[in-house]
Ligand binder design. Structure first.
Ligand SMILES: Cc1ncc(COP(=O)(O)O)c(C=O)c1O
Length: 483
């Protein structure tokens, strides 16, 4: 091996062509259901043992065999029986854009290192801002995931307080945010990272549809104020993770305005519906939020991670981080100056990958029609699946789904709640080990439910009926191959 070999364009071309062939075959086997398993499950120990043995083998001439092993030992998100976690069945063109940007490796935090990346990022964010219903003064950033985006939004919210916490620290002031008890755990984590502690995370209970009880907001704020807390933000979930429930953003926004609180919408999962005239009503009120997060790697077909954090007033983004880094930003050294093209000033990342290019590839190839059709198909599938569940007396729907997340359980005549938990956990474990369907589970009101996220638009009603058949068969103690 010489370094010249490593950079050989010819070798790259050969390896690249071979990889594309492998990926195209993999995709074909998944989408056609020719691959019998959505997940070739191995336990963590089995998986580690395989790779430990692999690591002791002689060096390879080409990566083909290694790539084949990775493919064979990974979950197939393009398989129509993949109905597990909220991760997109990537549009292949977006994956190719990933290859493009990874070879270019322009770290977009500073303008010269991301000339195309920064300009494209701005266009992507402004397009989403328009879809949200924000004014032309809106703006924002792309960043590495909803978790980081939610933390960033809350840091921006905190920067609006009169006290200069960035420079002076929190002092004795006790800060707090309000959020639903069903919000994604990353909001809780963000609050803790910011030093808010248990007392600073005011969790509002949910109603029967797992939506924030907005009638409790006033009282919660009054009690917190009495207790000496300074509440500075309220977060709406659009939608929640477990059940896919959209909070009432109009009511939360009204409350936030009345009390001059920052209103943040976590649309990491459900924000894709901004692209769907059929389902965007679920997001009504988001246009009044101060900030909104949307993951492109969940509902919008882009590989992880690809998240937009959009501010109603784009300038707010410049308040979040107030570092000076002259070696990076020597032209305008003060990071509060609104130079949109140095996106690193507004995001957590220093080296930042060209995430916008993957989104923009889909925008240029297919326009908004792709995002709209994907959302409509997946959300419609959620309704179809709930109908199938209701038609079978042995099954119970946890809550009528609003989107593509459906929680349900198998009853099979059992009424004891502990036995039902065991039964459903066993069904899930058996399905996982068998691998033909990939479903996950969640706990609602202390009860175990099977949970499906319909992330693949190629999943059909027949696939979902087959899943319910498989569950019945597993519950009867028979092998799934009987389906
Ligand atoms: C509502 C919600 N917010 C935030 C997140 C975290 O996003 P990420 O996985 O992109 O960090 C998730 C992930 O499932 C989510 O469902």
């Amino acid at each position: 091996m010489s370094l010249a070999d490593v950079y050989s364009p010819d070798a790259f071309r050969r390896m690249g062509h071979a990889l594309i062939d492998q990926l195209a075959d993999h995709l074909a086997a998944s989408t056609s259901r020719q691959a019998s398993q959505a997940i070739p499950y191995q336990s963590p120990d089995e998986s580690l043992a395989f790779w430990q043995a692999d690591a002791t083998q002689p060096l390879l001439d080409t990566p083909d065999a290694f790539f084949a092993d990775v493919l064979a030992r990974s979950t197939r998100v393009h398989h129509p029986h993949y109905v597990g976690h909220q991760i997109s069945a990537v549009a292949p063109a977006a994956a190719l854009a990933g290859l493009l940007t990874e070879l270019l490796n322009n770290g977009s935090g500073a303008y010269e290192m991301g000339m195309a990346g920064n300009a494209i990022e701005r266009i992507v964010v402004e397009h989403l801002a328009h879809k949200i219903g924000y004014p032309a003064t809106a703006g924002g950033v792309l960043t590495s995931g909803g978790t980081l985006a939610n933390l960033t939004a809350l840091l921006t919210a905190r920067a609006m307080l009169p006290r200069d916490i960035w420079h002076d620290g929190t002092g004795t002031e006790k800060l707090a945010i309000i959020v639903s008890e069903e919000a994604h755990y990353c909001v809780d984590r963000a609050a803790r990272i910011m030093g808010l502690g248990d007392a600073g995370i005011l969790k509002i209970p949910v109603d029967g549809r797992f939506k924030m009880r907005t009638d409790l907001l006033e009282n919660t704020l009054a009690r917190a104020t009495e207790a000496g807390l300074t509440v500075f933000a309220v977060v709406g979930s659009a939608c929640s993770t477990s059940t896919g429930s959209y909070d009432d953003l109009v009511a939360i926004g009204r409350f936030a305005r009345l009390h001059k609180l920052w209103f943040h919408v976590d649309g990491a999962h459900g924000g894709g519906a901004f692209f769907s005239p059929k389902y965007q009503h679920l997001l009504a009120g988001a246009e009044d939020a101060d900030s909104v997060v949307v993951d492109y790697h969940k509902m919008l077909l882009v590989p992880a991670l690809a998240t937009a954090l959009v501010y109603k007033r784009g300038d707010d983004a410049h308040r979040t981080f107030q570092q000076r880094a002259q070696y990076l930003w020597d032209v305008v050294a003060d990071s509060t100056t609104a130079d949109w093209y140095n996106s690193g000033k507004r995001t957590f990342e220093c080296t930042k990958f060209m995430v916008g290019v993957k989104v923009y590839t889909l925008m240029r190839l297919y326009g908004d029609a792709l995002f709209e059709e994907n959302i409509n198909t997946l959300y419609d599938l959620g309704a179809t699946f709930s109908t199938l569940i209701k038609q079978r007396p042995d099954f119970e729907l946890a809550v009528q789904p609003e989107c593509n997340i459906v929680c349900f359980r198998y009853l099979g005549g059992e009424t004891d709640s502990v036995a039902l938990n065991t039964l459903n956990a066993t069904i899930r474990a058996t399905l996982l080990a068998e691998g033909r369907f990939y479903v996950v589970q969640t706990t609602l009101h202390g009860q175990t439910y099977l949970r499906v996220s319909l992330m693949n638009a190629l999943t059909t009603e027949a696939d979902l009926a087959a899943l319910l058949n498989a569950i019945e068969i597993v519950a009867a103690g028979l092998p799934v191959s009987e389906v």
